[in-house]
Structures are given as C-alpha cells and as structure tokens.
Design a protein around this ligand. Structure first.
Ligand code: AMP
Length: 463
C-alpha cells in the first residue's frame, strides 16, 4: 500500500444517521448486526466468528459511537480489545486518515495480541497497523512509522524513544488514544512516559481508558486524559465457569516431578499449561518432560521476544502438548483451547491463580485445573481456598502407578541438571570470550533456551 493510499472501505456508509435513530440506552443488542457499525467491520466480525458482542463490547460500543470518551473497567478475557478496536476502526472507516489511532499497552505480548485483533477486524479495508515495542530493531520500526500506519500499538517507553529519535515522526494527527490495562501500565512505572506522551497528543482526540481496577493512580490518569467520560463496568468478581473442574493434588515435595509425569501422561493428547514459579524451574521442568519423551515448550520472562512468540505459536498450533510457563504467560495472553492448567508451583497471589485457571474452560468449553500442594504449601493453599470461597476436591492419583515412574523421572532430573549446568558453562565461556553485548534479547535467549535437537534424538523410542 502506497503512502498516499487511504483505506479501502467500499461504498458510502450512512452509519451516523442510523446511529441517531437508535436509543442509546438500549442495552439489549444481541448481535453486531444491531449495532450501527460500518459494514466492512460487520463482515470482518462475521469471518472472525464473533456473533454477538461480549458484555463489555455491548456497553462500550454504543457510547463510543456517540463520540464519548470511555472508562472501561474490564479484565483481559472480557473482549475489551474488540470494545475499543471496533469503534476506533468504525470512525477510521468513516474518516480515513493516517496516524489515526494510538493504543498504549503495558507489555509486548499484549501489543502483539491487540495487533492481531486490529489486523483481523481490518482484514477487508487494507488497514495498516504497526507494533512499536521494545526488543525489536528501532530502525525497522522507524521505517514502518515513516509509512504512516493508520494505527500504532505501542508500549510507552519505546514509543517515546521514537518520538525523541525518529526524524519526522509525530503524534499530532492522532484522533483516538486507547490506554489499555492502565492499572498495569502505572504499576509498571510508565507514569512519566504516559504523561510525556499525553503532553504531545492533540487535545481534541477521543480517549478510551481500560483498566481491571480503579486505583488512585488510574483515577488521576483518567482525570488528566479524559473529557466527560462515560464509565462502564463489567463484573470483575471471580466466578469460576461452571465447566471448570478445579482440584488439588497432594504430594510430598520430593515426588513432585513424578506426580507431574503421571498426570501429564493421564491427560495425553490434551493441551496442558504447567505454571511454575521461576524461569529456572520452567527450563528445568521442560527439560525433564522432554527427556521423558513429552513435547514440551517453555515460556518465561528471560526468553527473547521472538522466542516467546515462537513458543506460544508452537503451542497454539498444537505442535507442543505442554507449555511450561511462568506468570508472564498467565496474564493477557490469548491462548485458546487449553484443556488442563497445572499449578506445579502455587501462585504467590490469589489474582495470579485466577488468571492462570482462566486459561481453560473459556467460552463455554470444558476445562480442568490441578493445583499441586506439598507439605510446604498447606498455608498458601488454604489462603487460596478462602479466596475462591470453596473447598476443592482432591484429584485421585494412583500412587503406586505414579511411583513406578520414579526411576525414569529421577534419571530425567539428573539429565536436566547436567544440561542446565552445560548451558550455564557455555554461556559463561561465551561471556569470557568477550561475546558480552548490549542486546538484551540475544543474551536472554541464550540463557533461557532449551536445546531442542538433542532432545529429539534422546526421545526416540521413549514414549
Ligand atoms: P480480550 O479480552 O480482548 O483479550 O478477548 C478475549 C478473547 O475473547 C479473545 O480470544 C477474543 O478473540 C475473544 N472475543 C472477543 N470478542 C468476542 C466475541 N464477541 N465473540 C467471541 N469471542 C470474542
């Protein structure tokens, strides 16, 4: 698409008129067809398989279409991305222009996910969206920005870098600003960056602010950035989906890996996420499972961005049955079709538990979560039960069968320990040779990688 080209929006729309005829307090729309949104969007929604708006979309879209600023209190998983992307694209289709919308979001993963939603919704209008996040080459991003995309999705720090350093780039034409996961952005100390960005954004823009919680900082931000906003809220109370079976598994700490192996085997053929407490544990558990012949992928904060996305895509594509993840993966990431969530290490916060188990039993599907409890976790587990407000049933483990795996699991543990040591050693050697550099991505990737080829060889005939 050349720079001069605008959106490919097809015929004229009379949506504004259609909108005025509607009663804006009407909360009962059951289908997108009832919403006065531009036709290309309706077609895209249809091909996405989104039949009716989610709660947050039903509450936000009609207000946004009336030109209001919005505060949306909703969590990831509520469909909030659609709630802001649909109105932004609707207005863009009606008034095509470059550098039209800006979405600020706290993490790279969320940015990529939002990018996917915009791409899908803009699939038949030649929409140009660009993601400006850390860990990716600045020069490539500068080239993408020079092409003046319609929508920018960015983490605050990197966007500010471009404002300071990329010649010719400005936010003067932005008509719509979305502050996504505002509470998280502020708790990640992006306040200064956001304020700097707000100072250079046009005053006559529309602003949508989404947040899971209304903290004091979010309140301050909304006062500084929104004009007469409409506040909409969807229930953030934790309600376990009826289809989610939550159980715990009690075991002595020394048999944790053995029980894990038994359970992963029990759920063979299903997609499993195993949550662990640390990056190191993610690596170690992945190695153990691979040594035992399971297809496992790990996802943790020390991996480079490209490796994180690679791991996620592999899991999404079903090439890997088990994803071993730290809480990096529990929030925000859109991982559909997970059958079982295993809390190998109990989460330190109740909220993380909610996000973890929320990866399964989505959209009416069945799902199961299993929390591992050892003699050291009893107190933490009791806290968890209080928070959920329920006593969970125990998952029945045939202990005798589980312990028959002990020898093989111990051998895999030894191999994993050796492999981790070798990896550390080779990393140390590289650093000593002067291979140290500033590229955080490359360095992180080397630290957190699981050498896959060797495992493939070792795994032959094992399973
Ligand atoms: P979000 O809260 O925006 O991260 O969305 C959570 C999940 O819901 C994503 O997988 C979306 O693709 C999906 N989703 C959003 N809106 C709808 C809808 N109206 N119908 C079905 N799925 C949806």
């Amino acid at each position: 698409m050349s720079e001069s080209e605008e959106l490919d929006v097809g015929g004229d729309e009379t949506v504004e008129e259609e909108m005025q005829e509607r009663d804006d307090s009407d909360d009962s729309q059951q289908s997108y067809k009832d919403l006065p949104i531009a036709n290309p969007l309706k077609i895209a929604l249809d091909s996405l398989g989104w039949k009716s708006p989610t709660d947050i979309q039903r509450k936000v879209i009609p207000q946004a279409l009336q030109g209001k600023d919005i505060i949306g209190l909703a969590e990831t998983g509520s469909g909030k991305t659609g709630a802001f992307a649909i109105p932004v694209l609707h207005f863009l289709i009606n008034n095509p222009s470059r550098l039209f919308g800006l979405v600020l979001t706290p993490t790279r993963e969320l940015a990529f996910q939002i990018n996917e939603v915009f791409d899908a919704l803009g699939s038949n209008i030649a929409l140009n969206v660009v993601c400006i996040v850390g860990g990716i080459d600045m020069a490539d991003q500068a080239i993408a920005l020079a092409k003046k995309p319609h929508i920018i999705i960015a983490t605050p720090g990197r966007l500010l870098d471009h404002l300071h350093n990329t010649k010719g780039f400005s936010l003067r034409t932005i008509k719509f600003l979305v502050l996504d996961e505002a509470d998280r952005m502020l708790s990640m100390d992006f306040e200064k960056e956001i304020n700097e960005l707000l100072a250079v954004l046009p005053q006559d823009r529309k602003t949508y602010l989404f947040s899971a919680t209304m903290t004091n900082k979010v309140d301050k931000l909304q006062k500084a950035s929104l004009k007469n906003p409409v506040k909409v809220e969807v229930s953030t109370k934790f309600q376990t989906p009826k289809q989610l079976v939550q159980q715990y598994v009690f075991m002595p700490a020394k048999w944790k890996d053995c029980f894990l192996t038994y359970i992963v085997n029990e759920f063979k053929g299903q997609s499993i996420i195993i949550f662990v407490g640390t990056c190191n544990n993610a690596l170690r558990t992945t190695l153990i499972l691979r040594n035992l012949g399971f297809q496992a992928t790990c996802l943790h904060g020390k991996l480079s961005q490209s490796k994180r996305l690679g791991a996620l895509n592999k899991f999404k594509a079903g090439q890997s049955a088990a994803l071993v993840a730290t809480d990096v993966a529990s929030r925000g990431l859109d991982i559909p079709n997970v059958d079982v969530v295993i809390n190998y290490d109990l989460p330190s916060h109740g909220k993380d538990y909610i996000h973890r188990v929320g990866r399964t039993a989505r959209a009416g599907k069945a799902g199961r979560s299993l929390s591992f409890v050892t003699q050291y976790d009893v107190e933490a587990y009791q806290h968890l039960e209080t928070m959920i407000g329920a006593k969970l049933p125990q998952f029945p483990v045939d202990e005798e069968s589980a312990l028959m795996l002990l020898e093989r699991v111990s051998e895999s543990q030894r191999m994993a320990t050796r492999e981790l040591k070798e990896q550390e050693e080779s990393l140390r050697k590289k650093k000593r040779k002067g291979a140290g550099h500033d590229d955080r991505d490359a360095e992180d990737g080397a630290e957190g990688e699981v050498p896959e080829k060797r495992h493939k060889k070792q795994n032959k005939n094992r399973r």
